[in-house]
Ligand binder design. Sequence first.
Ligand SMILES: Nc1ncnc2c1ncn2[C@@H]1O[C@H](COP(=O)(O)OP(=O)(O)O)[C@@H](O)[C@H]1O
Ligand SMILES: [Mg+2]
Length: 380
Amino acid sequence: MNRATPLLPGSTIGVLGGGQLGRMMALAARRMGYRICVLDRDPRCPTGQVADDVVVGTLDDVASALTVAERSAVVTLDTEHVPAELLARIAAICPVRPGPSVLATIQDRAVQKRFLDDRGVPQARWAPVGSPDELATAVAAIGRPAILKARRAGYDGKGQVRLEPGGDPLAAWRAIGQPPAVLEVLVPFAREVSVILARALDGEVRFYPLAENVHRRHILHTTRAPAPMPDQRRRHAETLAGDIATALDHVGVMAVEMFELVDGTLVVNEIAPRTHNSGHYTYGACATTQFEQHVRAVCGLPLGDPRAFTGAVMVNLIGDLWANGEPPWQHVLARPEARLHLYGKLTPAPGRKMGHVLLLDDDTDRALRTAEELVAVLAT
Ligand SMILES: Nc1ncnc2c1ncn2[C@@H]1O[C@H](COP(=O)(O)OP(=O)(O)O)[C@@H](O)[C@H]1O
Ligand SMILES: [Mg+2]
């Protein structure tokens, strides 16, 4: 089939990984009349619960991934931690979007950082760590405080450890299992923001309102959108992110996480070549959700309208809230501006993302206060 021929409703979209991002994408896709075939080790995973078809297998199982490809018109991802080599195998059977080369660049932090350095994109000073000698060299070059991050497979702060002034670098490296890593200077940011964009098959890029993010214990806690920011700086953030998406020849939704310094300088933290937790507000606040937008992009359709109809605040519901059993949802459901999203995860665990609440309110300061009140009530 011609690359430009759009895949219309009725087609099957293969999804590698069955987490909450795949679930919300599947819900959007099925609303539009697409079919979903998901690969996951657990048939009861969040996406499996709402898919047409589940292939049971791990994300590095070639035979299972090829089965998904044979049943699908296009294959996409719920996580960037699918081996790029496996994607290259699938690409021989059906289109994979985003493509294997995007994933090969993103899924190794050192490769990603070199890619950004080569393009002159501002980022935190960093150095590779592959041996005790290299670690000592990196600490001498980067200084402390710093953050040591495994090159691969990190998310929600997993595989990361902070190195304090005077701290023992080897002990820190051992604490994350001594993987190939990068050492990054600790950035004294004023706040964190992310650009959520979509890039279509024909190269068109569209931006969602900028998201402002607060992390707790390295896990996203709240997102506010639109992030208050002077227009010129916001356009600069969009240019940085859009240029990255285009340089990668990315297809689909992408999030570019950034640190904003006190003087307004923007520094890129990391790239996620997929829908993103900080884009959940689009599902409720925007004309086209990030999930529909991703479906449109990977199916070769024109992008939808990303405009927001309201301000919004998203607050994540982490497994710790389940310490005393199922949280009292009636407090969320009693609020007309609140939307409850639960991902259908069967076992809550501390630090695990179980769902989120979206508050639709043009007064985002008020919504941020409401979010904290709700989390406090849900924790009791
Ligand atoms: N170099 C850094 N300086 C300051 N804070 C950082 C740095 N790197 C990460 N963090 C904090 O940790 C969070 C998670 O780190 P990140 O690199 O985005 O990994 P992931 O999201 O894959 O777990 C960031 O959003 C930020 O709050
Ligand atoms: Mg991150």
